[in-house]
Ligand binder design. Structure first.
Ligand code: DC
Length: 223
């Protein structure tokens, strides 16, 4: 039997930072499913396909071999044999991922991979539909959120640290647009699973959020 922890929530709520820490603390593998959707989006972008072109996306999808490996405990994503991890965080790729993740062919391919991984390893998996659709039987489910202003501020800070000056209003508008799309798509939209515990990270430090989630996981029997 494997232990599965599902962390869902909107963009910029801190899922990956927290999930990585929780996984390290428990000795589980951290699975960033957003990175898989980003790799598929990169594949589609590389071929110059528009996000509205469902037919070409279905074709591109069957030609994409996405593989997940671990190097020194860090997830690496391979697209058709090439490590593309470094290209995935670009804004353009994230936006395309939000647009192309609405397609059944994309979701089916990636959820199969995610389920298979969780059946053989103890995982902390983060995304949008993990508790509701990918791992409905997960021992612990968390819905991690924060206000859109807080999430935009965090993103601005992140950009500043890279020497890029971001516009807070524009970033917040972008976040709201992405939330809307992720919450209103037809297949597996982002929503809180009935049995997911809600954690709002707006006024909490990373340590406080990590502790709160670890407590939930341990109470749920994760060892
Ligand atoms: O978490 P992220 O920003 O890396 O995710 C990028 C996009 O991928 C997100 O806007 C929606 C999509 N996604 C999804 O549909 N389902 C998931 N489990 C994870 C991500």
């Amino acid at each position: 039997m494997t232990y599965n922890i599902a962390i869902d929530g909107p963009a910029g709520a801190g899922k990956s930072t927290i999930a990585r820490r929780v996984a390290k603390e428990l000795g589980y593998i951290y699975v960033d499913t957003g990175a898989m959707y980003r790799a598929m989006a990169l594949h589609i972008l590389n071929q110059g396909i528009r996000p509205e072109d469902g037919e070409r996306i279905a074709d591109a999808c069957s030609g994409a071999d996405i593989d997940i490996r671990y190097e020194n405990g860090e997830q690496q994503i391979f697209l058709n044999g090439k490590n593309v991890t470094g290209d995935l965080r670009r804004e353009e790729v994230g936006n395309m991922a939000s647009r192309t993740s609405v397609y059944a062919c994309v979701r089916q391919k990636l959820t199969e991979l995610q389920k298979e991984l969780a059946s053989r390893e103890n995982v902390v998996m983060d995304g949008r539909d993990i508790g509701t659709s990918v791992l409905p039987g997960a021992q612990a489910k968390i819905y991690l959120t924060a206000s859109s202003r807080t999430r935009a501020l965090r993103r601005c800070l992140e950009l500043q640290q890279k020497g890029i000056e971001g516009n807070l209003e524009e970033i917040e508008a972008d976040i709201n647009e992405r939330d809307y799309r992720d919450m209103h798509r037809e297949i597996s939209p982002l929503c809180r699973a009935e049995d997911a515990k809600l954690v709002d990270s707006s006024d909490l430090t990373i340590e406080q959020v990590t502790d709160a989630i670890l407590r939930i996981c341990r109470e749920a029997g994760c060892r």
